[in-house]
Design a protein around this ligand. Structure first.
Ligand code: HEM
Length: 202
């Protein structure tokens, strides 16, 4: 019974990591990249997102709760679960470890980022281009954002690799090798999109 619940929690954690959390992260990076077209473009894109119908429902059920479950159960996996990775090679063992490290860094970054943007907005601050420019004006915050975005994107890309294994999509060594290349391309592409947006505010 307990084993069954553990299995279901693992499946839910895995599924939520992709749908909706990864999809949300990609959408968020794309909206941010409007900053590369200038202040007005970014503000228009961000106001459009803020004015979506059912905004609070979407924020709570598509972003907040799935991310909360994935993060809390992710911490449990990262710090307590015993995993058998002996059938994978040196590279995959590193990726396995980095998946956990990047999850924890991403959690710290996302918590801070939500605090200084979304929660600040709830208390009346206006989240716009100028706000991000002010935050990233501080060299410490600039480095923090660069590390946070790269960590989140790495976690997403490497997570897609393990997702494909755990859902039986990539079973053979050859398909897992191809999946390594595909997820590396995803990592590089999303890193470029994320970093270009950050530097557009600087
Ligand atoms: C931007 C936010 C995040 C995204 C897009 C994301 C995405 C993913 C994806 C796609 C997976 C692969 C699922 C699988 O292995 O089947 C995954 C796994 C994982 N995530 Fe996240 N995640 C995020 C945040 C977090 C946070 C905050 C933590 C907290 C520590 C975390 C911890 C983990 C762990 C430990 C795994 C590995 C699970 C395993 O090997 O079974 N993630 N994540």
């Amino acid at each position: 019974m307990a084993g069954n619940r553990e299995f279901l929690n693992r499946r839910l954690h895995s599924l939520l990591g992709v749908i909706p959390v990864s999809l949300f992260l990609v959408q968020h990076l794309v909206v941010n990249s409007f900053a590369t077209r200038g202040e007005e473009s970014f503000n228009a894109a961000s106001h459009f997102m803020e004015s979506l119908p059912f905004r609070y429902f979407l924020e709570i059920f598509i972003i907040f709760l799935p991310l909360l479950f994935h993060a809390i159960y992710g911490l449990y996996i990262a710090f307590t679960a015993k995993n058998n990775v002996s059938r994978y090679g040196f590279f995959r063992n590193w990726m396995f470890m980095l998946q956990r490290v990047s999850g924890v860094i991403t959690l710290i970054f996302v918590a801070w980022h939500v605090w200084e943007t979304r929660l600040a907005a709830a208390f009346g601050a206006e989240v716009n281009f100028q706000m991000m420019a002010n935050i990233l004006d501080n060299p410490f915050m600039l480095v923090f954002y660069i590390v946070g975005v790269i960590s989140a994107v790495f976690h997403l890309a490497n997570g897609l690799w393990s997702f494909a294994v755990s859902w039986g999509i990539t079973i053979s060594p050859r398909s897992q090798q191809i999946s390594t290349y595909v997820t590396m391309v995803i990592f590089v592409a999303l890193s470029i999109i994320g970093l270009r947006a950050i530097f557009a505010f600087v």
